[in-house]
Every structure is written in structure tokens, then in C-alpha cells.
Design a protein around this ligand. Sequence first.
Ligand code: FDA
Length: 401
Amino acid sequence: MSSSRYDAVVIGAGAAGMMAAAMAGQRGLRVLLVEHAQRLAEKIRISGGGRCNFTNTGVTHAQYLSQNPDFCRSALSAYTPRDFLDLVERHGIRWHEKHRGQLFCDESSEDIIRMLRSECEDARVAWRMPCTVQSVSRNGDGFVLQTSQGAIHAAQLVLATGGMAIPQLGATDFSLKIARQFGLKIIEPRPALVPLVFDAQQWKPFAELSGVALEAGVSTGKGRSAGYFLEDLLLTHRGLSGPAILQISSYWNPGEPLSIDLAPGKDLEEELLQAKHTGRQQLSTILAAHWPRRLVDGWLRSQGAEALGGSRLAELPDARIRRLAASLHAWTIVPTGTAGYKKAEVMRGGVDTRAIDQRTMQARNVPGLYIIGEALDITGWLGGYNFQWAWASGTACGRSL
Ligand code: FDA
């Protein structure tokens, strides 16, 4: 097979990789995209329920987790949600806003894939797909890649293979391995934006409530690494899911408890004490005005307070009612783990950004090596933030190659 030379080779033709390749190609560089999958950009295709939540109008650095929280500021402000929206509109893609600034395609996420592909074609980006990279090594100032399609020489190399979520779609830790090979530090990767699971015995009272959803305030952690989200929570056979849980999972560390406010914005103590003095109702009847009856029964069972459900409030001491209200506002449970990469939307952790230039995404001690997208230790909230990071870091890199 023939040997080929490029100004820049981008490994991984996903969100960040196509963005970087198009930007660099438009500047006149000879760029090659190398992708190992059979189908292009599977994660964009399945994202946002098939409609791709491609950005969020409220993006700031505050919606990203990282050991180096200020790192993402520069790229995010140099390429904003408005910039991406301009691109989407130039391609005639119709879009709409859902809640909380989340922007989706009207028709299909395929529109975003077509748009990125056409930007790459206009920029004369070359493709090798499917193509497996067997090794990467230094070659003078540049790099040489041994691949299933022969040797490729790159003056500059971009690692854009994303995170490890959904390995069944071909996700790998390739970028982390190559970064490590060049002496870069890795922040321990873990599944994030992922359902949380519980010990089967502990979860027994709730397992049969699978499918029940409610709004809740969920928090975990302490100090700077603490998170709080007020969103919908969903009970599943094995544990908890829904936006509130996916969001908090990115902040959760093994062994830590979650605190769940089952009645956010309400004053249950006041309500229950008032009900005690004005009526003859049973506790479970009053609680069932807020939540499905089965959930009330399951929750009381999990608190070892099953018998209380049938008690009239008037029979309960005020102190007991106060304790009960407090635990409904701060239900404390400890997940045994996450549902893993198979069910996660993203990976948290990744290449430590302290060794990366925040304006260009180039590794400071490895001239010519760039890392972008989810492979870096930058993890966005649910709601379009991860794609915006892919577009912004891809652009920062593509403009600097
Ligand atoms: P991305 O994963 O897009 O691309 C990496 C590319 O590298 C892939 O094409 C992969 O095949 C390729 N690759 C991997 N290993 C390789 C190797 N060894 N050799 C060559 N190529 C290799 N985000 C958001 O903002 N809004 C949303 O609506 C959603 N929805 C969503 C749903 C689901 C189910 C998932 C799993 C994820 C999301 N996300 C999301 C997250 C979003 O998809 C993700 O953060 C970005 O795609 C990351 O962009 P990257 O370019 O870094 O990786």
C-alpha cells in the first residue's frame, strides 16, 4: 500500500473531528480524516432521540466538569452556540428550542451529519474509512501512523476519538492510550450522564415502580465538586434514571450518598402539621396527593415506616411528622454503582487539560499533537453542552493547525 503525507491527520470522524478537519481544510491545509467505523458519526445519529440536541443557548464554562474548570472558557467563547447556529442555518436545517435553551433539529440528526460531511467535502478533506490505526510514532517533527490502509505521514496529528460511552457503537479509549504514550496524564475515566443502580434488596420496594416519573431536586458531593439538579427523575427496575439522575451522575463518586428532595419548593412539614390539626386523614392519603400511591407505599416501606401509612395524622407526634417531612425533602440513598458505559451518554475524565494549550488544544510538550472533544477531561451537562464542546474545541484546533 502507498504511503501518504498530510499537513494534518485527524483520527475520529465524529463531532469534534469533522469540525476540526473542515476548519483546517478551509484554511488550505491538506487534511485526512481517519475513522474506524463502517457508518459515519453514529453518536450524532442517535443523539437527542434522533433529532440531535446540537447546542444550548445558555452555554457558559459553569456547565462543564473538569479538574481544570477554567480550561474550556477560551474555546467556548471563541466559538459560541450562535456561531454553530449560523452554520446550521446556512445549510437550511430547520431547528427548534425545547426547554432550558436546548436546540434540536426539526427533522433528523442526519441533517447535522450531512452538514459536517459537506463542510469537509468543500474543504477537500480526504477520508480513510473504515480504517484502523495500529500504531502512532514520532517521525522527526511529525508523526507516522501504521494503519489497515498502509503508512500515513502527518505533520500534525489530532486525536478526536471521543469517549468510551456506548462501546457497542465502536467507542474506544484510543485517544487516551496515544496521549499516555506521549507522556500525557489521564484523569480516571468513568461513565457519566448515566443511570444509577442500587443493591437489589435495598431497591426491592421500588423495583415494581419502574416507569414512575416525578420532579425532584437531587444533590450529591461537597464544596466545589457538589452538584444539584431540579429535573425529572425516573424509577427503573434497577435504580434511578431520568434527567435529574443523569445530570447528578456526573458529580457522583462511588460510596457517596444522593440526597433527593421529593417535594422541591414545597413545605411538607407545614402542610402535614396543618393537616394534623384540621382533619382526620391518614398519612398515606395526604402523601398520595403529591405522589402515586404505590410510590408512597414503597417509600414508607423503605424507611421501615410501613405501619405509619395507615395512621391518622392526628395520632402522630409533631416530632415524628417533622422527621418524616425532613426525610421526604432529603431522602438519602447510596447507589451501588452506575449502569456503565453501555448506558452512559458520555465519559467523564480523560486527557488532563493542564498539559494542553486552551486556545489551540495542542499538547504543550508534544508539538504537533492536538486532542479535542470528549477525549479531554471536559464533561458537559445534559442538554446540548457536550456537542457545543465538540464544535468549540474542534474549531479552536482547526483554526490553529
Ligand atoms: P464522537 O464520539 O462524536 O466521535 C468519535 C469518533 O471516533 C467516532 O466516529 C468513533 O467511531 C471514532 N473512533 C473511536 N475510536 C477510534 C479508533 N480507535 N480509530 C478510529 N476512529 C475511532 N451530546 C449533546 O450535546 N446533545 C445530545 O443530544 C447528545 N445525545 C447523546 C445521546 C447518546 C445516546 C450518546 C451516547 C451521547 C450523546 N451526546 C449528546 C454526547 C455526544 O454524542 C458526545 O459528547 C460527542 O459526540 C463527542 O464528540 P467527539 O467528537 O469527541 O466524539
